[in-house]
Structures are given as structure tokens and as C-alpha cells.
Design a protein around this ligand. Structure first.
Ligand code: SF4
Length: 464
């Protein structure tokens, strides 16, 4: 599969609209409160009854952060009070036990991710106990072949903590970095010395983590092509298995911490495009494969392999090689996927605790996918993960005729076709190298909810 990216500045500027990142379809803003705990319970029971039930994926959300990064758009609880962790862990355990009534706990957990917030806000003993609890109640693999990952803040992660994480069963680490430039770090309130990050990285390698990801962000205050290139050079010296380069979306009307970022300090749209272009050239020049959207991986990393063998999938953590799993979400605001539904837990900690105290699943909203949603999800997933869509495959799988079913969408595709973003031959739609960075725009054409919403899409970030 050709994952070459061609950078056409004029085209990128012309298509740079706001749009979803498609970590799910329908996107989370379509979830509704008519979907509640009993709907999740029903889906969970049904999911057990498949002839061969899907394996499980677990997402565990730890919402606490000691300090707030000003660019942050996540659901987190800023606090220096580590005493808040214990009641939360207690609630997590109760939530997991409530789920035992609905899920067959013998189903193997192929994938697990602890995210946040900051999972490393927890003390080492708390992390050990939480993992022990999960192992005692879910069927985790003990052969190190599961994909078990955790996000770490290198400022919290001592060598001892990293060794302990490996020992309790994690085999993948994701490092929050964003930028090594000190002026940028000060402006976003995340001062993280290079030596500290590299010491954590060396410890991770020494302990045999199988895949290590670095998260970077471009578009932050005081970044320029040159400063960010220096950060990327440092990253390339370390050579992590995966690198995510996120576009900073400045949406201060939605995310309060962003109001502390001075707009005048942000790079211009021109400079941002320059940073992106240079970064892509650096990463692909150093042998990384462009997986899609913000993600790059070394050719032998599981994501790159999954893209080659057709098992890549888009999910709430970005991309995944485990499309088959039902995703159980534990913790405040977590999003899960079970059977043909998505659900999200209560987004406020008080509402989350109230539900747990009442011994109720803390599901706040969700959506049961329609037959049309399922078809469109597959179309969007195929475009984003593989840059191609075979109409015949959709016809066959869903008993339809693509050109008839998607007549309106095919009309909307005429402009990107004429612009060379995509090409269509023998009923195969291919995203061309010059359309790779704009694949969200192509996916948006197949998003019926977005079309119905008209221009009301300000909650989404710009595609570039
Ligand atoms: S970016 Fe991560 S560490 Fe920073 S405030 Fe947000 S959730 Fe916390």
C-alpha cells in the first residue's frame, strides 16, 4: 500500500475545514441520553452469545493531573491531592464488579490501555493493586502477547516505576512529550526536561517494552519550523516505535485551560503548515511509515503490520490492531464499544460516584448503531486506515449496490476527484498521496450526521 504523503499547500489551505477525527462513527457528539445502563447490559449479554465471542479490550481512565497543560482538551481533574486516588480506585473496582453481571469474564482481554488524565498520578502500590485486581477479575493474557499499554508522564516516571510497570504486565508505553523546546514548554505549563524524558525512555528500553510511542503536538505557542525540527531530530535519535504528531486545536470557547494561551504567540497558519510539512519529511525520511491522520510507525511496528495485513482499526486511542474486540470502558467519562453500540460513562466525577454508590453502571449516554451507521462506519474506517475503499466489498457484505446507496456522496466526491485528492478506478476509491492529509474531508462526505448538521460543526478541530 502506498502511504506516500504529498504536500500541496494551496490544496491544504483550501480544504482546511473543521471536522471530526473519527475515533468512532457516529462521532461522540451523536451519543444521546436515551441510551443508558440497561442498554449496555443488554449489548453485553448479546455479545457473550456469539458463537465465538469477541475478545475484550479494557480502557481504564485515571482522570487526575498534578498540573494542567494549557493546551489540554481532555477530561481531567487537576489536583495535587493524591488522597483523591484511593476513593476513585475503589469506585473503579466496584464498576468492574458490576460489569461481571453482564459480561462473560472468561473472554480473553487482548488489549488494555490505561489513559487519562495521568495514570502515573497513582502511586506504585496503587498501580500494582489495580493490576492485581484486574487480573483477578478479567482474563488477561500471561504470555506477554496481549497489547497492554499505559500513558506515562515522564516527570512522574522513575526507573523503579518503569521497571514495576513492565513487571506487572504492561508491554507498551506512551510518553506525553509535545515539544522539547523550553520556551514552548513554559508557555503551555508543561516543563519537562529533556534528560528526564530520555532517562525514562532508556529505562523503558532496558526493561524490554515492546512498543514505545511518543506524543508530540504542533501549533503550540512559540513553535517555528526550526524549533520543532529540533524536537523531531531529538525524537529521531531515540527512535521510538510510534510517533503521534497532533495538531493543536485552539478552541478556548470549549476548553478553559486554553484561555491561558496567548493567541498572538501561536504560529501563523502558514508556519503551522510549514511545521507539518517539515515534520512529515523528517519522519518519513527517517524510515517511519505514515499510518494515517497523526500517526507514524516504524515498518516492523504492530500498527504498520496491521495496516499491511488488513487488521488496522480506528478507535478512541487512535489506531489499533485489534478491530475484533469489544471495548469495556472503566472510569469517569470513558467511552466503550460493545457489539453494535457505543457508550460513555458519566463525565462528572460526582455523577460517576453517585451511580457507583447506587450500584448502577455509570453509563450517561450512548448510541445503538443502525444498519446504515454500521455500513458508513466501515466505509470511513476503510478510507482512514487503508486509504482505499472497494465498492464490491461493501456491496457483498451489506447486500447493496454502492453507487445507488451512496449516490449523493458520489456526487459530493466529484470535487475532490477533480482536485486529485482521490481517484476512482474499477469501483475502487483510492486516497492519493496529495489527499492523504485530507482524508478526514473525504470521510466527512460519508458522514450523514454531519451533512444533516449543516454548518454546526464548530466543536471539531481543523483537519490540518
Ligand atoms: S495534557 Fe494530559 S497531563 Fe496535561 S492536563 Fe491534559 S490530561 Fe493532564
Amino acid at each position: 500500500m502506498d502511504q506516500t504523503v504529498e504536500f500541496d499547500r494551496a490544496l491544504l489551505q483550501r480544504y482546511n475545514a473543521t471536522g471530526p477525527r473519527y475515533t468512532s462513527y457516529p462521532t461522540a457528539n451523536r451519543f444521546h441520553e436515551a441510551f443508558g445502563p440497561e442498554d449496555l447490559a443488554r449489548s453485553a449479554r448479546w455479545s457473550n452469545e456469539d458463537l465465538i465471542p469477541n475478545p475484550l479490550s479494557l480502557y481504564v481512565h485515571i482522570p487526575f493531573c498534578e498540573t494542567v497543560c494549557f493546551y489540554c482538551g481532555c477530561n481531567k481533574i487537576p489536583t495535587k491531592d493524591h488522597g483523591k486516588a484511593e476513593p476513585y480506585l475503589e469506585a473503579l473496582r466496584k464498576e468492574a464488579l458490576l460489569l461481571e453481571d453482564f459480561f462473560d469474564m472468561d473472554r480473553r482481554v487482548e488489549q488494555m490501555h490505561w489513559g487519562g488524565g495521568t495514570p502515573t498520578f497513582l502511586g506504585m502500590q496503587q498501580m500494582k493493586e489495580l493490576m492485581f485486581f484486574i487480573r483477578s477479575n478479567f482474563n488477561l493474557r500471561d504470555d506477554d502477547h496481549g497489547e497492554y499499554s499505559i500513558e506515562i508522564d515522564p516527570r512522574d516516571a522513575s526507573d523503579e516505576m518503569i521497571a514495576m510497570l513492565r513487571e506487572i504486565g504492561f508491554n507498551r508505553l506512551s510518553f506525553g512529550i509535545q515539544d522539547f523546546n523550553e520556551k514552548v514548554q513554559i508557555a503551555v505549563n508543561r516543563v519537562q526536561p529533556l534528560e528526564q524524558t530520555m532517562a525514562a525512555y532508556r529505562a523503558a528500553r532496558a526493561n524490554g517494552f515492546q512498543s514505545i510511542n511518543f506524543d508530540l503536538i504542533y501549533g503550540l505557542p512559540f513553535q517555528s519550523i526550526d524549533t520543532f525540527a529540533a524536537t523531531v531530530d531529538t525524537v529521531l535519535e531515540a527512535r521510538p516505535d510510534r510517533i503521534a504528531v497532533f495538531n493543536y486545536a485552539h478552541l478556548p470557547h470549549l476548553f478553559k485551560p486554553q484561555r491561558r494561551i496567548n493567541e498572538e504567540d501561536l504560529p501563523s497558519p502558514e508556519e503551522k503548515l510549514g511545521i507539518l510539512q517539515h515534520t512529515i519529511e523528517q519522519l518519513t525520511g527517517a524510515g517511519y511509515i505514515y499510518i494515517g491522520l497523526d500517526h507514524f510507525a516504524l515498518p516492523d511496528d504492530e500498527l504498520a503490520l496491521a495496516q499491511r495485513d488488513g487488521s488496522l482499526y480506528r478507535n478512541f486511542q487512535g489506531f489499533s490492531a485489534h478491530s475484533e474486540c469489544d471495548l469495556i470502558a472503566l472510569g469517569v467519562s470513558s467511552i466503550g464499544k460493545v457489539g453494535d453500540c457505543y457508550y460513555q460513562n458519566e463525565r462528572s466525577i460526582d455523577a460517576y460516584y453517585t451511580a457507583i454508590d447506587r450500584e448502577q453502571l455509570p453509563v450517561a449516554r450512548g448510541i445503538q448503531l443502525t444498519a446504515d451507521d454500521i455500513i458508513r462506519r466501515e466505509v470511513i474506517n476503510s478510507l482512514i486506515c487503508y486509504s482505499r475503499l472497494e465498492f464490491a466489498g461493501i456491496d457483498e457484505k451489506y447486500g447493496l449496490e454502492f453507487e445507488e446507496y451512496f449516490a449523493e456522496e458520489l456526487e459530493h466526491l466529484q470535487v475532490p476527484l477533480a482536485d486529485g485528492l482521490v481517484s476512482l478506478h474499477d469501483r475502487v476509491l483510492t486516497v492519493n498521496p496529495r489527499g492523504k492529509l485530507l482524508v478526514r474531508n473525504i470521510a466527512m462526505i460519508f458522514d450523514v450526521y454531519l451533512r444533516e448538521a449543516g454548518d454546526n460543526i464548530t466543536q471539531f478541530s481543523r483537519v490540518i
